[in-house]
Design a protein around this ligand. Structure first.
Ligand SMILES: Nc1ncnc2c1ncn2[C@@H]1O[C@H](COP(=O)(O)OP(=O)(O)OP(=O)(O)O)[C@@H](O)[C@H]1O
Ligand SMILES: [Mg+2]
Length: 442
């Protein structure tokens, strides 16, 4: 896709347009009018439309072509057996759109409306005026300077941190699902969770491709794969690998098979292949693209902090002095740490044997005492840990394991469970002794 104007112009018959609503069709009692068909995918048809105030919007219609057809304006099932399946798909679509409508982030497309009509459902969203990242890679790669690319990655990591924090995943990150707005900033569209759910619930749709070779991690090729942020981390890494090299990385499934056969991973590290990028930036993309989820960054935040720490490498001393200043200014903040369950990491099925890291060895890597640790913020703690663990050679270990088990609370309410139990036990024993002593002579 190029610009909006280019989309509005040609009237050529585009693939999939035969099922589309005709230009001029009104939706939601005339609130929206279809201007033109944009694209038909396996699960939906996308249109450019305008609203009653004349503003351009994009409308996506739930239209799983494998099980439905158009009759006048209505969406009808191809066979009676699919009636229930269509209802399930429409339901998944609506649930997903409702979840999306709660997201407010400048790098995620803004959803305005979801409504039922024509025996299906529709969503209306902002129209993003620029091209998608795939078109830019193909046609105008010269605009993708290292500075620009690094800035785009930072923005998208912010977007992922936001949606993951809301308990959602994108599940279909790829260059064609990232549009550039009029400032040239990246905007994520086309969340894939509803499609995945639909494919699971509908026999007729189960054959539809919900993985994207090159961008999907190996675990998505397996039915019922676990939902984890590391799925999006891999796909974002693959997207940036494509941006940086102009090539799609080898597909996740083949990589896994090769490794399982004892052959080398066909993935080629970016280090030394991308002039103009700091090695640490490239190393981070390599890490996001590791075959095993546990070897990747475990969160977008972790990836961001890795880049912060590495690229503006303050060093441990500077980080500790930041921490101390912060502590002086925020004496009431506490950090509560939950006990980390003992993990037998080395017993997990995998191809490389990782170092066995226990909570204790992590604690030893943090050079502040327990009392100090209780009073610092999560963010400062993470920075300190990421900086300090490096000189100790722990960077390839599972820092995130520890972080996942850290809960931060501000103010006096942030007392740890352990502390509360100890305090309760103190009172119970104390009172029993006091009562016992009082009754002693009788
Ligand atoms: N908010 C938007 N602004 C501008 N163009 C958009 C917008 N949303 C979608 N598009 C365009 O429509 C195309 C198709 O949209 P989208 O990616 O949502 O569906 P799809 O890839 O066809 O997926 P599926 O039908 O499988 O859900 C995009 O590639 C993009 O060019
Ligand atoms: Mg898409």
């Amino acid at each position: 896709m190029d610009s909006v104007e280019a989309q509005l112009d040609p009237m050529d018959e585009l693939p999939g347009s035969e099922d589309a609503l005709a230009p001029g069709t009104k939706l939601l009692g005339g609130v929206y009018t279809i201007d033109r068909f944009l694209k038909s995918g396996g699960f939906g048809i996308t249109y450019i439309a305008h609203d009653s105030l004349g503003r351009h919007v994009v409308i996506k219609e739930c239209f799983p072509g494998a099980i439905c057809a158009r009759h006048n304006h209505s969406v009808v099932v191809r066979s009676r057996h699919s009636l229930g399946e269509l209802a399930k798909v429409v339901n998944c679509f609506k649930l997903e759109v409702r979840a999306l409508s709660r997201i407010a982030h400048k790098n995620i497309v803004k959803v305005h409306d979801v409504f039922d009509e024509n025996d299906t459902a529709y969503m209306a969203m902002d129209l993003i005026s620029g091209p998608d990242l795939l078109d830019v890679i193909d046609d105008r790669v010269e605009v993708l300077t290292p500075e620009r690319v690094m800035d785009m990655l930072e923005q998208l990591l912010g977007a992922l941190t936001h949606i993951h924090g809301m308990g959602m995943l994108h599940r279909d990150i790829s260059p064609d699902n990232i549009l550039l707005d009029d400032q040239g900033d990246p905007v994520l569209i086309d969340f894939g969770a509803a499609r995945e759910e639909s494919a699971r619930k509908s026999r007729a749709l189960s054959g539809l491709q919900i993985v994207k070779d090159g961008y999907s991690p190996q675990e998505l090729y397996i039915k019922g794969a676990e939902n984890a942020p590391t799925i999006d981390i891999y796909a974002l890494g693959a997207t940036f690998y494509h941006v940086i090299t102009g090539d799609v990385p080898p597909d996740g499934n083949s990589r896994l098979l090769k490794i399982a056969e004892g052959q080398a991973d066909p993935y080629e590290s970016l280090i030394g292949r991308a002039p103009g990028y700091p090695d640490e930036f490239l190393r981070a993309v390599d890490k996001a693209l590791r075959v095993l989820p546990r070897d990747r960054f475990q969160s977008a935040e972790e990836w961001r902090l890795f880049l912060d720490g590495k690229i503006s490498n303050q060093g441990a001393e500077a980080a500790i002095s930041t921490l101390m200043t912060w502590l002086d200014e925020n004496p009431n903040t506490r950090v509560k740490t939950e006990p980390l369950p003992k993990r037998e990491i080395s017993k997990r099925p995998e191809f490389e044997k990782p170092k066995k890291i226990t909570r204790q060895s992590y604690d030893e890597s943090l050079l502040v005492d327990e009392e100090t640790e209780r009073r610092i913020t999560s963010k400062t703690l993470r920075i300190i840990r990421s900086v300090i663990s490096r000189p100790l050679g722990l960077e390839e270990t599972r820092e995130s394991d520890w972080l996942e088990d850290t809960v931060v609370e501000d103010g006096p309410q942030g007392l740890s469970v352990e502390y509360r139990i100890r305090r309760a036990a103190f009172w119970v024993i104390g009172l029993s002794l006091a009562v016992g002593a009082f009754h002693w002579p009788f």
